[in-house]
Ligand binder design. Structure first.
Ligand code: ASP
Length: 335
């Protein structure tokens, strides 16, 4: 039987048009977008679409809209074989990570894509991105979906969603999965990297949309002020702070910094250590400058992207887990 696909249009450059007065790009309606791709009619799949009433630039994305998106997928889950989410590239890696935690036990493809140039522009990258995403969302082998996970497709590469980060504001190749192999590559054929694709989860889809956004991010830099560090670590509403450290998880050894971190941990805040490096992993204890962190109760974020660390923290805080540290330290969905 031909696969059935639901395209969900949230907004983003792919469907934008230039405002006649200001020249700025703003989201346009979905019908216009589909009209620009007559190729879609040539597919042998049954393709339906759903558009956000007010498509957004993805800079306006937030946990509430992630929840709306996840619920939309859940309520259509039985009716379709796969989902293609059209989304702005700016926060696509955050949404892909968030969806991977919201859609636990996912057994069908949820492929996010978008473009750097609007679909109406002659040199657009949007057509190829959308057409191949549909192909991937529909792909089955022995009756099972080939990519039963949340993934990002951009410029001939398919990446695991919660391993992806945006690296370019100008190149068509806008994304990278710095610490995990590309899970498929589109050439004449689509070459799936089966070894690195999750297998179909059993037990049925479980939706978890209670995200807690009381999470802060603190990026270290040489010369950082104690008052600035404290202004983040002492925010009363924050339940967790993700520190972007250097290299393999190193931080200055100034006693004021270690004391401030200790105070934050002792006050019940989760303090997580991820690296500013694009590639590689945090290894607390491999240098003197990270030796004390384990003892202070700082949780290693290993090789996670900042997008994944933020959304996983939001997910775990929202879930009310009594063992945040253990759950954060294990891979829940390939992150
Ligand atoms: N600002 C746009 C957005 O993220 C950029 C894009 O779509 O590539 O919605």
């Amino acid at each position: 039987m031909a696969s059935s696909i639901l395209i969900i249009y949230t907004g983003g450059t792919i469907g934008m048009q230039q405002d006649a007065e200001t020249g700025a790009l703003r989201p346009f309606d979905f019908e216009h977008l589909l009209a620009e791709i007559p190729e879609l009619r040539k597919f042998n799949y049954s393709i339906d679409s759903h558009s956000f009433k007010r498509p957004i630039d993805s800079s306006n994305m937030n946990p509430k809209t992630w929840a709306k998106l996840a619920k939309l997928i859940e309520s259509n889950y039985e009716a379709y074989d796969g989902f293609v989410v059209l989304h702005g590239s700016d926060t696509m890696a955050y949404t892909a990570s968030a969806l991977s935690f919201m859609l636990q036990n996912l057994g069908k493809p949820v492929i996010l894509t978008g473009s750097q140039l609007p679909i109406g522009v002659i040199r657009t990258d949007g057509k190829e991105n959308l057409i191949t995403s549909i192909e991937i969302a529909a792909a089955k082998e022995d009756g099972l979906p080939v990519v039963p996970e949340v993934a990002v497709y951009f410029e001939y590469q398919l990446y695991r969603g919660n391993r992806t980060t945006k690296i370019s504001a100008s190149h068509f190749e806008a994304f990278l999965s710095p610490n995990y192999p590309v899970i498929a590559e589109a050439g004449i054929d689509i070459a799936y990297n089966h070894r690195f694709i999750r297998s179909v989860s059993e037990g049925g889809l479980k939706l978890s949309t209670d995200f807690c956004n009381e999470v802060g991010v603190l990026k270290l830099y040489p010369g950082i002020h104690q008052s600035y560090v404290q202004s983040v670590l002492k925010v009363p509403e924050l339940k967790a702070v993700i520190i972007e450290s250097y290299g393999a998880g190193n931080m200055p050894t100034d006693s004021w910094l270690l004391n401030d971190i200790k105070e934050a941990v002792d006050s019940g805040k989760k303090v997580i250590n991820i690296t500013q490096c694009l590639k590689g992993t945090v290894k607390q204890g491999s240098y003197e400058t990270s030796k004390k962190l384990d003892k202070l109760g700082v949780i290693s974020g290993r090789d996670m992207t900042v997008e994944s660390a933020i959304t996983k923290t939001m997910y775990l805080l929202g879930s009310g887990t009594s063992d945040f540290e253990t759950e954060f330290s294990v891979s829940l969905c390939g992150e």
